[in-house]
Design a protein around this ligand. Structure first.
Ligand code: SF4
Length: 538
């Protein structure tokens, strides 16, 4: 890397270590590392955890955490005079309400816990006896099953590099052929066929290439990557190495959300073990901590952030396979996608394909909200909601609605409980599998509030780069608030929702702006009575 690139890349970490955007910090850090002060200021104000360093506690305001009482926790902390703010998502929906204390996620925190801390934010502890240093969520199946599961979260960590040796034996061409035969689709949300990306990078004339791991999991309802990184770091690292060797990359970048303190430590230890066994020879590994911005889960925004800039999505094309990190061909994958690779190499593409139903592979489903055992469930891709919730101990109360794939997927009615939760079937229903973060609602939490929660989320997390998204996310949230407010009582407040949604869909650069209307438009479609009847939106 050039000096300028090194300096910019180092900037977010340097700002963090200097205490974030406090007075004088951007100027001092900019001088020390050699970037313009304006650039330091731009980056520092973009990322939540750098922009507001005075907040030492952050209470999750995502849907599942609100349903579990996150609002009460936030209010109690404010009333106790603690330095606290709300935050969009902490990837802790299964242990809701989740709270971030500095960079450590505390699971299952109640208002009573805040009261017991007596105003001392450092004394805030988790309820339920989960160890702060090493807690994990509930995962299913509860026994190892290497033959029947692609991820096998309860399987023993394998530091022998068995899949790496197999990949070396068969060579890159056959590795990519196995990925193609497997039908592996990206597990981060888009469902794009993985082998097309691999071939795309491998075929580039440019020989400096990169592999990037997208571990910036931040979609409300989603927490599977957190479990994978902690329970099967071997699969993640083996997958990255196999991918790098197959596409001819020498450097691998792992972008972890900044709140993933425990996964970071586990990955470092596992890398050390692999390195000690001589399994990483010829490869550079770099870990990079995010600083709090949901949009950096979008692949090009993540690349911008890795380069030390504001994490704003790029126009596509060109795609990262051609022009990626520092302008070089880049293979970028979500954690779950890359962790499927060792199993495919060991057991073959046909084996993986056979693990699913209509679509290939087993799949990690996150389920939270009104179910008995929230957690991460590895099941055939294409199970129904009823099948998933049966594994999760059943519904709590009567099913009213569910969100099938994170905030971006909107809401479906209970009548869709038998629909396969896969890419095609959900697309036909006008929604998406996304990251398979399933949130279940009974009628004890008003759907109107759930929709408002999602709209607030998108408004808070829009990067602001394009007008339809920046203005549209504000407009939708404001329109629904005006409709629901007893004082305003604006019965026609939702009249322009459909026009605004069309403009957002057509005019936004990235998926955030395109998906942001879905919570409201899907709810208006399936639950018009919640908003005053079909005429409310016409
Ligand atoms: S759609 Fe929204 S989040 Fe995406 S680039 Fe535009 S303003 Fe940013």
């Amino acid at each position: 890397m050039t000096d300028e690139r090194d300096a910019k890349h180092a900037l977010p970490r340097a700002l963090q270590q200097a205490g974030g955007m406090r007075e004088g910090v951007p100027r001092r850090v900019a001088e020390e590392i050699g970037v313009p002060e304006a650039h330091a200021h731009g980056v520092g104000t973009f990322f939540h955890m750098l922009a507001r360093p005075e907040a030492r506690l952050r209470v999750c305001t995502g849907l599942s955490c609100r349903m579990a009482g996150g609002d009460r926790v936030l209010k109690a902390a404010q009333e106790a005079g603690m330095p606290v703010e709300g935050v969009s998502c902490l990837a802790g929906c299964d242990v809701a309400p989740a709270v971030l204390r500095e960079r450590r996620v505390l699971p299952d925190v109640r208002a009573q816990d805040v009261e017991e801390a007596k105003g001392d934010w450092q004394a805030l502890m988790s309820r339920g006896g989960l160890s702060e240093e090493s807690w994990c969520g509930h995962v299913w199946p509860e026994r190892p099953d290497a033959e029947g599961l692609a991820l096998d979260l309860h399987g023993a960590i394998d530091l022998d590099g068995t899949a790496l040796r197999r990949a070396e034996e068969i060579g890159p061409e056959r590795v990519i052929a196995a990925i193609e035969e497997s039908g592996l689709q990206g597990r981060g949300g888009a469902g794009f066929p993985a082998h097309i990306k691999w071939k795309g990078v491998r075929s580039q004339a440019e020989t400096r290439r990169y592999v990037v791991l997208n571990a910036d999991e931040g979609e409300p309802g989603t927490f599977k990557d957190r479990e994978l990184l902690v329970r099967r770091p071997d699969r993640v690292i083996e997958g990255l190495v196999i991918a790098a060797r197959a596409v001819g990359a020498e450097a691998i970048w792992l972008y972890l959300r900044g709140e993933f303190e425990v996964p970071w430590r586990v990955l470092e230890e596992t890398l050390e073990a692999f390195r000690g066994a001589g399994l990483l020879d010829g490869l550079e590994f770099h870990l990079h901590a995010g600083q709090g911005a949901y949009i950096c889960g979008e692949e090009t925004a993540l690349l911008e952030a890795l380069e030390g800039k504001r994490g704003m999505p790029r126009h596509k094309p060109p795609f990262p396979t051609e022009v990626g990190l520092w302008g070089k061909p880049t293979l970028i994958h979500n954690v779950e996608t890359i962790a499927c690779v060792p199993g495919i190499v060991m057991r073959g593409g046909a084996w993986f394909r056979g693990l699913g139903r209509e679509e290939p592979g087993s799949k990690l489903y996150c389920v939270s909200g009104h179910v008995a055992r929230p957690g991460t469930y590895e099941l055939p891709l294409g199970v129904t909601l009823d099948e998933l919730v049966e594994k999760a101990g059943g519904y709590v109360g009567e099913l009213f609605a569910f969100s099938p794939g994170g905030a971006s997927s909107g809401f479906l009615p209970a009548s869709e409980r038998g629909r396969p939760l896969d890419f095609k079937s959900l697309s036909e229903a006008g929604t998406m599998l996304g990251s398979a973060g399933v949130v279940v609602l009974n009628d004890s939490y008003p759907l109107r509030e759930a929709v408002l929660d999602q709209l607030r989320f998108f408004e808070a997390e829009s990067c602001g780069q394009c007008a339809p998204c920046r203005i549209g996310t504000y407009f939708l949230r404001d329109a629904l608030e005006r409709r629901l407010s007893a004082e305003a009582n604006q019965t026609d407040a939702l009249r322009n929702v459909s026009e605004a949604s069309w403009q957002m869909n057509e005019g936004s650069i990235c998926g955030l702006g395109q998906a942001a209307p879905l919570p409201l438009t899907s709810a208006l479609k399936h639950f018009p009575e919640e908003f005053g009847g079909p005429e409310a939106a016409s």
